[in-house]
Ligand binder design. Structure first.
Ligand code: SF4
Ligand code: SF4
Length: 227
């Protein structure tokens, strides 16, 4: 199934035009959204990495998830040399980042800003949880130095629609009762390795002690060996 998924995704990714950039990795300063199918392929890549590297990435993924509303962190897949550890399976969002036109990009940032502030309000009202300002006020600015074709809105939507269709086919063939959701790679992987709902509850109840963090990371490292 994953081989088929890799092939299907690669057909979609091939439609993204080539581009040139400095590789500064400023656009990797937060984790990005991915489709369900993309997350399955990334998970497979992670699973096949040498044990030491895989475990360090599982630690980084979970730390990102635990602290996302408190500390601003880079994408957990960005390594110390500013290189992507999952470059060949990175999701569409990473691939088309430089191909947005400035207006659409900034409109999208505004939409995300409103959405994040609404989420912060809900977390405050429902759980008494305070989302830090450094989460709410951060955004990755438009990149002016990328050189490549700008995709129109309909060209971008065509690519995203192809991801939705692929996810829908997977859900039907695997009997998965889920609707398409463009959630973060980190959330997808935490969901697969642990129960995201349970960790979310622990996070909101402020019971995430360093001992608890260590236990959850150990469970995730054991699970990735078997699922
Ligand atoms: S797309 Fe822009 S921000 Fe991202 S690595 Fe290239 S130059 Fe840097
Ligand atoms: S997955 Fe890779 S390319 Fe995408 S944001 Fe993370 S480090 Fe950057």
């Amino acid at each position: 199934m994953e081989i088929m998924l890799t092939q299907e995704l690669s057909k979609i990714y091939k439609k993204v035009p080539e581009g040139q950039c400095s590789g500064c990795a400023r656009c990797c300063h937060e984790s990005v959204g991915a489709s369900f199918a993309e997350a399955q392929v990334i998970y497979k890549d992670l699973k096949n990495m040498p044990e030491k590297k895989r475990e360090a990435l599982v630690d980084a993924l979970l730390e990102y998830y635990f602290d996302v509303y408190q500390l601003r962190k880079k994408c957990p897949f960005l390594n110390r040399e500013n290189r992507c550890e999952i470059y060949y399976s990175r999701p569409l969002n990473c691939r088309i980042y430089g191909h947005w036109n400035k207006k659409d990009y900034n409109d999208n940032l505004n939409r995300l800003d409103i959405q994040n502030r609404e989420i912060a309000q809900i977390l405050s009202e429902e759980y008494g949880y305070k989302v830090k300002g450094n989460y709410l006020d951060f955004s990755i600015e438009y990149c002016n130095s990328f050189k490549g074709k700008i995709l129109s809105k309909s060209e971008r939507n065509e690519l995203y629609d192809a991801l939705i269709v692929l996810d829908s086919k997977m859900f039907v063939s695997r009997g998965i009762k889920l609707a398409y959701e463009d959630k973060g790679i980190v959330e997808h992987l935490v969901d697969k390795l642990l129960s995201k709902e349970k960790i979310f509850e622990i996070k909101m109840s402020k019971k995430l002690s360093s001992r608890m963090r260590k236990r959850l990371k150990n469970i995730a490292k054991l699970r990735i060996g078997v699922i």
